[in-house]
Design a protein around this ligand. Structure first.
Ligand SMILES: *[C@@H]1O[C@H](CO)[C@@H](O)[C@H](O)[C@H]1NC(C)=O
Ligand SMILES: *[C@@H]1O[C@H](CO)[C@@H](O)[C@H](O)[C@H]1NC(C)=O
Length: 158
């Protein structure tokens, strides 16, 4: 009983910090059910400025093991045009800096990633604010899409 009470108090204090909120993003349409359900996605600051610090948070529940070699792939659309693809090692950018390691066993997860917002002088506009549509996926080494969310963000290109 004591353990349960402590657990309850723990949950009451911990839960609000990891909100069930995707910051306006939604799960991508798919012909199958993604084995990883992302229930929390957030970024800060709200206005993302190219080549400046950006903090991302991602949490959810996984029914599969995330293997070493899994990739974080972000496809960025402007209007309906695919403009950028960022493919990075999921374990190195999300899991390890958050204090974890791969393989990540099934269950609840929460990771953070501090980065510089992408800046690609060859294709980025200058002195413009635009709305971009990132499609964010976690892909296992065989190409199996484990999770996918998409939404819109305003990006500032100074
Ligand atoms: C990013 O910012 C750094 C420091 O301000 C600068 O040296 C660098 O050229 C910038 N890179 C791009 C791609 O804009
Ligand atoms: C981009 O948005 C910010 C914040 O709303 C604003 O201060 C800035 O002037 C805008 N820049 C351009 C080029 O529209």
């Amino acid at each position: 009983m004591f353990k349960f009470t402590v657990f309850l108090i723990f949950m009451i204090f911990i839960s609000p910090s990891i909100s069930e909120d995707l910051s306006g993003f939604v799960e991508c349409e798919s012909t199958y059910t993604f084995p990883i359900k992302i229930t929390h996605f957030a970024y800060e600051p709200e206005l993302i400025v190219a080549n400046r610090s950006l903090k991302l948070e991602m949490g959810g529940i996984s029914t599969v093991t995330i293997e070493k070699g899994a990739e974080f792939v972000n496809m960025v659309y402007r209007d309906d045009i695919l403009t950028k693809i960022h493919a990075q090692d999921f374990c190195k950018i999300w899991v390890e800096p958050s204090g974890g390691h791969c393989p990540v066993e099934p269950g609840k997860f929460y990771f953070e990633w501090n980065l510089l917002a992408s800046s690609i002088p060859q294709i980025d506009p200058i002195n413009t604010n635009i709305t971009e549509f990132p499609r964010i996926t976690i892909v296992n080494p065989s190409g199996y899409i484990l999770a996918c969310i998409e939404g819109s963000v305003v990006r500032v290109y100074p």
